[in-house]
Every structure is written in structure tokens, then in C-alpha cells.
Design a protein around this ligand. Structure first.
Ligand code: UDX
Length: 473
């Protein structure tokens, strides 16, 4: 660690890939500003984080042990290791037991030559506020979501329960928000419809995290002002104190723009890049991925395979399921036209390849930002949580995406897509008039995103202002 670094920031990511990755990007952006960064994490997460930051001498890891908790499979230290989403609530609660070791680690850092300017911890780690207050260090909150979904989430927490008798598809009224589209209850994450007045442990946990957020020093947002300018005031109005939304995103672009990033998880590039290079026509390949959390059933994966086959479009498809395989006869039909990958790929690298012309996505916020930054339009298939709001924003708010037609099965209440809907959506996005206009919007937004992180750009300057204000405290 170079001794000339005058300032020090502590980051504490929540143990889920979609939450950790953007904070690692933030650590690199801070490191480029000659800030020392300590990342607090648990032993089994430390290995992949260490690989990711290997080329950054200003960033170090502080390991604290994860507790053994009744009801959680032993050794689960990341949501990606959970056997199913049913364990999500117990996992959230288990993280509270990290408080004592976190405080010990923070005390040691406070006594070091460069005491931390602040702690930036995930929204889910709301209990870190009490530790920071006790030790006199400001806490900033990190959300892996966009400003619009955070603001809607806060408003719906208050107003949605009062409109409970309404049908899922009637417009919902959020009096404190100006929305760029008509919102229905079906667009809201389930916990916002059911939780606020409930006493179950998960609702209680979320309430505590929200209360801690409202009392924190500020919020770091992985978005950029030009994208979400109109919702920032509504979002900030939910805070009781002076807390401010610091828009620093797209976080991964700070480093990309400097051309320094060397991703260590590039097992894929040897196979994917040469394949992509062979696709002569620009914007001709569909990239398909549903993120790190959503469980897609085998039957729905079969529909995706058939839809892609019928569309005739070349594709790269990242499949998380270890057990699913192509329906019989399909391999032969798809030969040479698509790649199905069952391991971690460098999504940002794929999206920035000139051959990629569309992204069939679950609309996790990171994927939305990465697609927009690469100027790639999305075919939106949201599956859980904030993804429904992200999908509405990118489609109806920004015009940089089209939606896959989804149908509710009246017997099971599941929302399903058909092969016809996938085929129709892919064809329209890749070759239709609506797809052309979504691509133009995505490309324009991509140029704005690139400017935001360069010297003089909104996110670059906001990062410097944040550091100055923390130093001046
Ligand atoms: C979760 C929530 O589901 C989402 O709603 C919230 O906005 C963020 O956290 P997740 O499923 O992790 O989303 O998706 P996303 O936000 O898109 O993040 C996935 C990240 O993993 C992206 O940065 C993506 O580039 C990366 N990734 C994923 C890879 O680099 N390679 C892969 O093979 C898979």
C-alpha cells in the first residue's frame, strides 16, 4: 500500500454479486483518485474480491468471519450459494451477527495512520449505522438500484398499502412523485405491496434498514444525473436530515474510460471474443442473460431456446442453471448460430463488442446501466424486485428498450413468456422499426454515460465533491 495516500474510505458490500460488483467498481474509482480503500468482507467472498482488485495496490481486504446460523446451510456466505430464495430472509438476518467483528475491524482502522473518512455500506447492512455512530465515522448508504426505483420504493412503502383493495393492473397513486409512465401495483416489488404493516422478520429487517438509511450521512447511487435528474429531488425529499444522493455512476465506467481495467474473470474471452469477431455484421447478435438471482424454470428456458431458434438471430446466452439442457433436437438446429455458456462471463466486455445488437435481460439495475453504457437496446423480461420498475423506466421512460409480452397463468398465477413472444420480441428489437429507435436512444444515452465519468462530467465531478466534503468535515 503506497504510504503517500492521505485519505481512506471503508466499503462494506452486501454479499450478493449484483451488490458487490458495483462497490468494487467504486473502490477502483476511488483508487484512481489516490484514495486508500479497505473492503470489509467474509472469508469465502474474499477470494473472488481479491481476484477482482488484484491490480489495484491502493485497495485492501479486511476479513471478518461469517457466523454459523441455525437454518442457514453451513458455508453460505453469499446469496448465490443459497439453495433457494426462501433462505434470503434468514441470510439477511444472519448478516446482523457481523456487527461485533465489524466494529473490531473499524476500531483498528480508526487507530491506523489514515483513519477512515467514512464507511460506505450496503442498504441491507443498516446496522452498520449504529457502529459508525458509536465510533464517530460517517456512514453512507449504497443501493444497487436506480434513483427512480428507490424513490418509488420509498413512496409506495407509505402509499401502496392504503390502495390494497385495487386490482394489480389499476394505476397506483403516489402523490409525492412525478412519474414518466403510469405505474400499476404489478410493477412494484412484492415486499412493497405486502410488507410495510407486517411484523414478520423480513419486513422488520427492511424497516430497520430504511430507518438507518434516513439517518445516514448520504447515499451513493450507481446512476448519473443526466439519466435520472427529474427523480433526484423526490428521492432526496424522503430524508429527514441533510442526506444527499451522490450520483457517481455508471461506476464501472470510471475505470474503463481510463483503459486500466483488467478483468480477471475472463475465462470466457478466449471462446466468446473470437466467436463474436466472426460475426461480420455489426449489431447482429443477441446477448441473453438473466443476472445472478432469478430462478428461471426449465420450461421457461425451453421457451427461450425455441424462441431464439425461431427468430433466426445469432446469440450468446448465459445460462445459470447447472441442470437444464437444450430440448432434444435443438442442439442440431442451433449449431453455429448461437453459443450457450454455463459459466461466469465478462458481461461488460460482451456488451461492448460491436457485433452485439440487443440484450434479452431481466433488467437488474447493473445490467440496465451496462447495456445503456454500451449503447445496446434491451428486450425487457423483468422477474423480481426492482426489475419491474427498471424495465418500465428503460422502456417507457427512456425509450431504449422493448418489452417481451408476458402472460399471467390464471391457474398458477405465474407470469410466463412463450416462444412466440421471445421470437417476436427478438425480431422486432434486432430488425424492426421500434428496435431501430430503441437502439438510437440507447446509443445516445451511452454517449452521455461516457461523458459523465470523464473529467468535467457530472459523476466525475460529484465524486471529487464528495471526497472534498468528507475531508472538510
Ligand atoms: C440483483 C437484483 O435482482 C436487481 O434487481 C438489483 O437491481 C441488483 O441486484 P442481479 O440478478 O445480480 O440483480 O443482476 P444485475 O443487477 O444485472 O447484476 C448482475 C451483474 O453481474 C452485472 O454487473 C453483470 O455484468 C454481472 N455478470 C453476471 C457478469 O459479469 N457475468 C455473468 O456471467 C453474470
Amino acid at each position: 500500500m503506497p504510504s503517500s495516500l492521505a485519505s481512506h474510505v471503508v466499503l462494506f458490500p452486501f454479499m450478493a454479486q449484483g451488490h458487490t460488483l458495483p462497490l468494487l467498481d467504486l473502490s477502483k474509482a476511488l483508487s484512481l483518485q489516490q484514495i486508500k480503500v479497505s473492503i470489509v468482507t467474509t472469508p469465502s467472498n474474499a477470494k473472488s474480491i481479491a481476484e477482482n482488485i488484484a491490480n489495484y495496490p491502493n485497495i485492501n481486504l479486511v476479513e471478518i468471519s461469517f457466523p454459523i446460523v441455525d437454518g442457514l446451510p453451513k458455508g453460505c456466505e453469499n446469496t448465490s450459494q443459497l439453495p433457494s430464495m426462501e433462505f434470503y430472509g434468514p441470510f439477511l438476518h444472519a448478516t446482523k451477527q457481523l456487527q461485533r467483528p465489524f466494529e473490531q475491524a473499524l476500531k483498528t482502522m480508526i487507530k491506523s495512520k489514515t483513519p477512515p473518512l467514512c464507511v460506505i455500506s450496503d442498504f441491507f447492512l443498516g446496522w452498520t449505522l449504529a457502529s459508525c455512530q458509536a465510533l464517530g465515522v460517517p456512514r453512507l448508504v449504497f443501493h444497487g438500484m436506480g434513483v427512480l426505483s428507490m424513490a418509488i420504493g420509498k413512496s409506495a412503502w407509505v402509499h401502496a398499502p392504503q390502495q390494497k383493495s385495487m386490482s394489480m393492473f389499476e394505476p397506483i397513486d403516489l402523490p409525492d412523485m412525478k412519474l414518466p409512465f403510469t405505474l400499476t401495483r404489478a410493477d412494484l416489488p412484492g415486499e412493497l405491496i405486502d410488507s410495510p404493516n407486517q411484523d414478520d422478520p423480513e419486513s422488520q429487517f427492511l424497516r430497520e434498514a430504511m430507518e438507518a438509511e434516513a439517518k445516514s450521512w448520504g447515499v451513493i447511487v450507481n446512476s448519473f444525473q443526466e439519466l435520472e435528474k427529474s427523480h433526484i429531488p423526490s428521492f432526496e425529499s424522503f430524508y429527514k436530515n441533510e442526506a444527499k444522493a451522490w450520483c457517481l455512476g455508471p461506476l464501472f465506467l470510471h475505470d474503463r474510460m481510463k483503459g486500466l481495467e483488467k478483468c480477471t474473470n475472463q475465462k470466457d474471452s478466449s471462446m466468446l471474443t473470437p466467436w463474436l469477431n466472426k460475426q461480420v455484421a455489426p449489431d447482429s447478435v443477441m446477448y441473453v442473460s438473466f443476472g445472478t438471482q432469478a430462478d428461471v424454470s426449465d420450461a421457461q428456458l425451453d421457451e427461450v431456446a425455441s424462441g431464439l431458434e425461431e427468430s433466426g438471430t445469432p446469440f450468446i446466452w448465459v445460462v445459470r442453471s447447472k441442470t437444464w439442457s437444450l430440448p432434444s433436437g435443438m442442439e442440431e438446429k442451433l449449431k453455429g448460430r448461437g453459443l450457450i455458456v454455463k459459466e461466469w462471463v465478462d458481461q461488460r466486455q460482451i456488451l461492448s463488442h460491436r457485433a452485439i445488437g440487443g440484450f434479452l435481460s431481466h433488467c437488474g439495475w447493473n445490467s440496465v446501466l451496462e447495456s445503456v453504457s454500451a449503447g445496446v437496446p434491451i428486450l425487457a423480461w423483468p422477474m423480481l424486485g426492482d426489475q419491474f420498475l427498471n424495465a418500465r423506466f428503460i422502456t417507457d421512460g427512456l425509450g431504449a428498450a422493448l418489452s417481451v409480452k408476458r402472460i399471467r397463468n390464471t391457474d398458477s398465477n405465474e407470469v410466463l413468456v412463450s416462444r412466440e413472444a421471445i421470437c417476436e420480441g427478438v425480431k422486432e428489437l434486432m430488425g424492426g422499426q421500434k428496435g431501430k429507435s430503441a437502439r438510437e436512444r440507447a446509443e445516445a444515452l451511452g454517449r452521455v454515460a461516457g461523458r459523465a465519468v470523464q473529467r468535467g462530467g457530472s459523476s466525475h465531478d460529484t465524486l471529487n465533491k464528495l471526497i472534498d466534503q468528507l475531508r472538510a468535515r
